[in-house]
Design a protein around this ligand. Structure first.
Ligand code: ATR
Length: 273
């Protein structure tokens, strides 16, 4: 029987995941499809029951269900459990549902494929303390980045995250003041997304031109924050890599294969132009 996969979320119709995964199935010679499924908040339990009954082989989970889906799964791996967020569900051979999270690890892969040398010993600054920042902070720590600071508009949320990962919490002003200390900056807020107002989440007057500056926003590909960093001479990492790698790691969990991430990047950039 033909296998099928899905992404569940609300909104979901604009997701680039179906086209990306279907291209990967095609390139890998796997006869499978991947469909977007609109699942409104509060109905994820029904959606999981339906996906299970209808024989989906796996699915991705996006906003607003990453946490809400957890009680409906049979098992959650340690990283997803620590994050309290699932973005990938794998149907095990015995039919049980395993929840995983490839968002944070996907970010680390996208960062490390773009930078010229390992910067794991240098201090990292994460801007923002929401769901995305939590996943990235845990994955960075697991990958061996020892010194992590988190700055956020609401400092209490940065403190809560830092108490979990052993990092230093800063206000946006403190972080701007001390920006020169950091070898890697990771922008995780929606500031800069096309739908929100542009601008910078933090002023970058003290940024070391030798630092790597990453943004998880990928539309636009170059946010005002990345443009300012480029102008300052910094090496930048745009958010498209995280999107591709979270998908590639999910695809790998489902199929055992690793897709062509570089070709995917070129294709997505061509589509965005
Ligand atoms: P996600 O899951 O994408 O991380 P989220 O959990 O809603 O989304 O978190 C959004 C993050 O962006 C938060 O850290 C938020 O700061 P607050 O905790 O103070 O709300 C941050 N953020 C959103 N809009 C912002 C803005 N205009 N300036 C600075 N930070 C902003």
């Amino acid at each position: 029987m033909k296998k099928w996969y899905a992404v569940i979320g609300d909104p979901v119709s604009h997701s680039k995941s179906p086209a990306m995964h279907e291209a990967w199935f095609g390139e890998s010679g796997i006869d499978a499809s991947y469909i977007p499924v609109h699942v409104p908040a509060g109905t994820v339990g029904d959606a999981v029951a339906s996906l299970r009954r209808l024989g989906a082989s796996g699915w991705n989970v996006t906003v607003p269900h990453k946490q809400a889906i957890i009680p409906y799964l049979d098992e959650v791996d340690p990283l997803a459990a620590e994050m309290q967020a699932v973005n990938t569900v794998k149907v095990l051979p015995d039919g049980r549902l395993l929840g995983m999270n490839t968002d944070g690890p996907g970010f680390v892969r996208s960062l490390e494929e773009r930078i010229r040398q390992s910067r794991r010993d240098e201090p990292v600054l994460i801007i923002g303390a929401g769901g995305a920042a939590n996943g990235i902070a845990l994955a960075m720590k697991q990958a061996g980045y020892g010194k992590i600071a988190v700055c956020n508009r609401t400092v209490e949320k940065a403190e809560a995250l830092c108490s979990r990962i052993g990092g230093e919490a800063l206000s946006l002003d403190e972080a701007a003041e001390r920006l020169g200390e950091f070898g890697t900056l990771i922008q995780t807020t929606p500031v800069g997304m096309s739908t929100a107002t542009g601008g910078l989440p933090i002023s970058i007057g003290n940024l070391d031109p030798g630092a790597v500056v990453a943004d998880i926003v990928y539309s636009p590909l170059h946010t005002d924050f990345l443009k300012a960093a480029m102008k300052n001479g910094n090496e930048i990492v745009d958010g498209l890599g995280m999107f591709i790698w979270q998908g590639a790691l999910a695809f790998n969990e489902w199929t055992g294969l690793m897709p062509d991430t570089l070709g995917t990047r070129q294709r997505l950039i061509a589509e965005m132009e």
